[in-house]
Design a protein around this ligand. Structure first.
Ligand code: A2P
Length: 263
């Protein structure tokens, strides 16, 4: 039995998994009325000490067909929200405002052949949703997930998810061999190294994945970017350099960008 809600827009935590001292994932009950498009975010949080809700934008990491909601979060020791949120346990309640929004949606991109997901750190969260959406594979022939973190432990959430997908009873058959995964690190001795920006401009990712291309092409390639502010700015320059233009819900184009949650 669920405990009676005591917070406004309360949802109950069903599962928590910690990956490192900086990263964790949690699942909560989903409001029956909540509909969202893969890649969108909602405001979630806890009641602050002052009795007011302390809310931050969090990308929904679960697919729209999932009966629960999943979130992937950083833990910032002094972060107003995450310093508290990191201690939640199954059965606890969080606040979730059921108004999904965001630019990282398939509808903000023009049709194309190849879809690139570019993420640093917790920026993989919206792609954890999009990678589990059948629509992604119906619209594109190839989907490439590039994820860059400081070290291999920080890749773990994405790695486990991507590796589980081909066997997934609901989404596996849509994926087939369309999804390619390119994880890299910058601060340890992981096999695959380098920043996403560097691996694009050097052409290393094209060679390593055997894609038979040496650049992104605005005719065929579409991109979604989610990471730190500095990463997003640098990625925009790289993508614009290939001739891709930034799109929006109201004006679809070749790429879209959103900042990953930082406390
Ligand atoms: P680096 O170690 O070279 O800074 P963070 O955890 O600090 O958000 O970083 C996540 C990953 O994103 C790190 O591997 C980091 O590389 C990389 N990164 C940070 N800033 C940029 C940027 N401006 N362009 C490309 N990659 C970046």
């Amino acid at each position: 039995m669920r405990p009676a809600p005591t917070l406004p827009d309360a949802q109950t935590v069903t599962e928590v998994e910690h990956y490192t001292d900086r990263l964790f994932r949690f699942r909560v009950t989903r409001p029956k009325s909540l509909r969202f498009r893969s890649g969108e975010f909602v405001m979630i949080g806890l009641m602050g000490d002052n009795g007011k809700p302390l809310l931050r934008a969090y990308s929904i990491a679960s697919p729209s067909w999932d009966e629960e909601l999943e979130f992937y979060s950083i833990k910032v020791p002094d972060g107003p929200l995450t310093s508290k949120l990191q201690h939640i346990k199954a059965g606890d309640q969080i606040i979730l405002r059921p108004k999904p929004v965001g630019t990282l949606v398939l509808d903000a991109l023009l049709p194309g052949k190849r879809l690139w997901f570019f993420a640093t750190g917790t920026g993989i969260a919206p792609f954890a949703s999009l990678m589990r959406d059948p629509d992604t594979y119906e619209r594109y022939d190839e989907v490439i997930m590039m994820h860059c973190c400081r070290d291999a432990a920080e890749l773990e959430y994405g790695r486990q998810l991507v590796e589980s997908l081909p066997e997934d009873p609901l989404i596996g058959e849509f994926i087939g061999d369309k999804l390619k995964y390119y994880p890299t690190t910058t601060r340890d001795d992981f096999a695959n190294k380098g920043r996403i920006t560097t691996n694009l401009t050097s052409g290393k990712v094209f060679t390593d994945l055997g894609l038979g291309i040496d650049r992104l092409d605005p005719e065929t390639d579409r991109g979604m970017v989610c990471g730190s502010l500095a990463f997003n700015i640098d990625m925009k320059e790289v993508l614009e350099g290939y001739g891709l233009r930034e799109g929006a819900n109201s004006d679809p184009a070749e790429y879209v960008v959103e900042k990953a949650f930082v406390d």
